[in-house]
Design a protein around this ligand. Structure first.
Ligand code: ATP
Length: 714
């Protein structure tokens, strides 16, 4: 067995003879015992002061805690396990002779970790002598990565002393040193007279050891985060917590709302990383949660009948186990909570909510990533998180005690687990996985192509020394288990041809779109330049004659024009809105023009009527003067020959009609005269005017000479 060996203390300080005598004779009275204790205390105090002076700081806090003796309890003298200082004693499990009071003889130095926790470490030579294992540095993640996949990674976590233990006068029997070394101290039983003055100390080294002050996050990132990374690379990974009841397994795995445990932190990590890495966002996360209780497998997410285990290509599976697809961490948390409510718990001496079953949460992730060559890779990984039941009654130790036999009946699973660990360490061909449901389910994790992490939880109380020792012993054994190197579970997916065609098309369309946008921008630029040029040319004063003839000669027109141009240049010329506005403006302008023209026509009509009236008046005057017309020089203003004067004589001698009569329209439906009726010679309306002839008719008369409209005086 390469792990647990005993070592002897050497180089111890020679005790005071009087003290030695007292110690050799333990049947002194109470007073004697108290005196001895005081002596011991003072000696240690002196030793600590001398160490401080020698520039090596002694961790007072740790020593005081470990040596603390409640005044109310009468007990035997004890000392801390001492690291051996002799080369010949380079053995892992130190047995410290307590028949002599031992001072700390080897120099120690303190180290401060990231969390400002002070820990003691022996000098490098001494530390090396303590273990038969080759010293393995575990602080570097790269080193861990190297080990991951080759053997089970084993961690130990010490929980704080609880209230009950403190009240019962329990003492700390575990010391975590240098974040990887665990020292156990066994205090002699008061009634065991043979071993009364003997204290046994043991030392173990692990991949990492967490003191009671370690945070959940620290435990997760040191023990499990690498495993989660491996799962994301398409490998299988398992984490299991092992330990006595009340040692902190469920706390480490599940934790509390304020301090979530490994399960919760791992799932959060999985979800966030998978979202970052998935190339198409189509990732799948399935989870199942089961318990093994009294050799029956039960679904914790949908409780019902016990499940049957079957072996298929994927390994051992529980037939009919519900696989839930989860979309977020919150959903997983809700499912976990639901599952935990269905889990079998019972109050025990050590834990009021003791889990009486082994719980296994399995998370299966599948997602796609693109490699450097842009190929699509499908990755599938499985993470199993296992919270085992308390092991205090199933001590499969090498000592066949009554207690271990009794434990075997109660918790067969853990015994089977230890048998499997033993067989795997010893390299046996046959590994008895079939001995229990638990080992069948853990087959992959223990002996398969899987990265496995074991977290051994221990209590600091000397009342649980037996359980703690066994937990640490099995954890130490588990370090030896070699795992098969696992290949990543990933496939390169062929990219379908249709997908490539579509991709090409999309790329082409995008290119075309880009080119069109550039062209549009160029055209807009050109139009702006043209508009700017035209505005510049129109801004210079234009003579009115330059205006087109069709444009109505109104004073408002140039302003209107300028307005429309300025709005065109204001950058809105390219929008349909602007075009609409421009059209509306043009219509308005036209309407205004029409109105102006109509007003002009009206004015001209009035003017024409007035002139006609004047002429009629003159005609009337002339007719009253005997029908003969003689124009005198004084009547020059009236010397106008009217059309009526040129008219042939009335044939029927009828009275000359009054102008009003003559201009009265014969029928009410007669067409209203327009501008053109008046101004043009060939107006068809002329003939309709009550038989009156127009100038064109007069000119057409063969007998009459072509008259001038305005006859001048002679
Ligand atoms: N590291 C820790 N820090 C603070 N409290 C802890 C720690 N570990 C355990 N505890 C507390 O100790 C008690 C027992 O822990 P827990 O229930 O996790 O033990 P367990 O090993 O799962 O026991 P069982 O096997 O009986 O289920 C709980 O109240 C828990 O909150």
């Amino acid at each position: 067995m390469p792990v647990s060996t005993r070592s002897q203390i050497s180089g111890e300080a020679e005790p005071n003879p009087s003290t030695a005598t007292r110690l050799r004779n333990p049947h002194h009275g109470l007073k004697e015992k108290l005196r001895t204790l005081t002596l011991l205390y003072e000696q240690q105090k002196q030793a600590s002061v001398s160490l401080k002076n020698a520039s090596f700081r002694f961790p007072e806090k740790t020593v005081m805690r470990e040596n603390a003796m409640p005044n109310t309890v009468v007990t035997r003298t004890f000392v801390l396990p001492q690291p051996p200082s002799n080369d010949d004693d380079a053995k892992e499990n130190a047995v410290i002779g307590a028949d002599r009071i031992v001072g700390f003889s080897c120099p120690r130095k303190t180290t401060t970790d990231n969390n400002n926790n002070v820990s003691v470490c022996y000098s490098a030579t001494v530390a090396r002598k303590l273990s038969m294992q080759e010293p393995e540095r575990v602080d570097g993640i790269s080193e861990k990565q190297g080990k991951m996949g080759s053997r089970i990674m084993v961690f130990v976590r010490l929980r704080p002393m609880n209230k009950k233990e403190k009240e019962a006068g329990s003492r700390c029997c575990v010391r975590v040193v240098n974040r990887r070394d665990v020292y156990l101290t066994e205090f002699a039983n008061e009634n065991d007279y043979l071993r009364l003055n003997r204290l046994r100390g043991r030392h173990f080294t692990f991949d990492a050891a967490f003191p009671d002050s370690a945070s959940q996050q620290e435990v997760y990132s040191t023990s499990t985060s690498e495993l989660v990374e491996a799962v994301l690379q398409g490998r299988n990974g398992s984490v299991f917590c092992y330990g006595a009841t009340g040692a902190g397994k469920t706390y480490t795995m599940l934790g509390t709302v304020e301090n979530p445990g490994v399960m919760v932190l791992a799932i959060k990590d999985l979800f966030s990383k998978i979202r970052q890495r998935s190339c198409d966002g189509n990732h799948v996360v399935h989870l199942s949660y089961l318990e093994v209780y009294n050799e029956t497998v039960r679904d914790l997410l949908s409780p019902g009948r016990p499940l049957v285990l079957r072996e298929d290509k994927q390994g051992i599976v529980a037939a009919g186990l519900t696989q839930y697809r989860a979309y977020s961490t919150d959903e997983v948390m809700a499912l976990l909570q639901q599952g935990n409510q269905n889990r079998t718990t019972e109050p025990t001496r050590a834990n009021e909510t003791s889990s009486r079953s082994h719980a296994i949460l399995q998370v299966m992730v599948e997602y796609r990533v693109r490699d450097a060559a842009m190929n699509v890779i499908n990755r599938v990984g499985k993470l199993s998180l296992i919270d085992l039941a308390g092991s205090e009654r199933a001590l499969a130790t090498d000592q066949r005690t009554l207690r271990s036999l009794e434990g075997a009946n109660i918790n067969r699973s853990l015994l089977a687990l230890s048998s499997c660990i033993n067989a795997l360490v010893e390299g046996k061909k046959h590994i008895p996985y079939r001995n229990s449901k638990l080992t069948q389910l853990l087959k992959d994790s223990l002996g398969g192509a899987c990265n496995t992490v074991m977290i051994a939880n221990i209590s600091p109380s000397n009342f649980s020394f037996g359980e703690t020792q066994n937990t640490v012993h099995w954890a130490d054994r588990a370090k030896e288990i070699r795992l098969k190197v696992s290949d990543a579970n990933e496939d390169q997916l062929p990219v379908p041809e249709i997908e490539t065609d579509q991709t090409k098309l999309v790329l082409e369309l995008q290119k075309e779109n880009r080119e069109l946008r550039i062209q549009l921008a160029q055209h807009q630029q050109k139009m702006l330049t043209l508009e700017a040029q035209s505005l510049a040319s129109h801004s210079s004063p234009t003579p009115p004659s330059a205006e087109p003839l069709s444009t109505p000669p109104t004073s408002a027109q140039p302003v209107e024009k300028r307005r429309s141009r300025s709005s065109f240049l204001a950058g809105t010329c390219f929008t349909p809105e602007t075009k609409k506005k421009g059209a509306e403006l043009a219509i308005k302008t036209l309407q205004r023009t029409v109105k102006t023209l109509e007003a002009e026509i009206e004015r001209m009509k009035k003017d024409h009527k007035l002139r006609l009236k004047q002429k009629d008046d003159i005609i009337r005057e002339l007719s009253q003067n005997g029908g003969r017309q003689t124009l005198t020089a004084g009547e020059a203003g009236k010397g106008v020959v009217t059309r009526s004067s040129l008219r042939p004589k009335e044939q029927n001698n009828s009275e000359i009609k009054s102008p009003s009569q003559r201009f009265r329209s014969p029928a009410p439906t007669a067409k209203k005269r327009t501008f053109w009726d008046i101004t043009t010679n060939n107006s068809p309306s002329v003939t309709t005017l009550n038989g009156r002839k127009t100038r064109s008719h007069v000119l057409a008369e063969p007998t009459a000479p072509p008259p001038s409209m305005l006859l001048q005086d002679d």
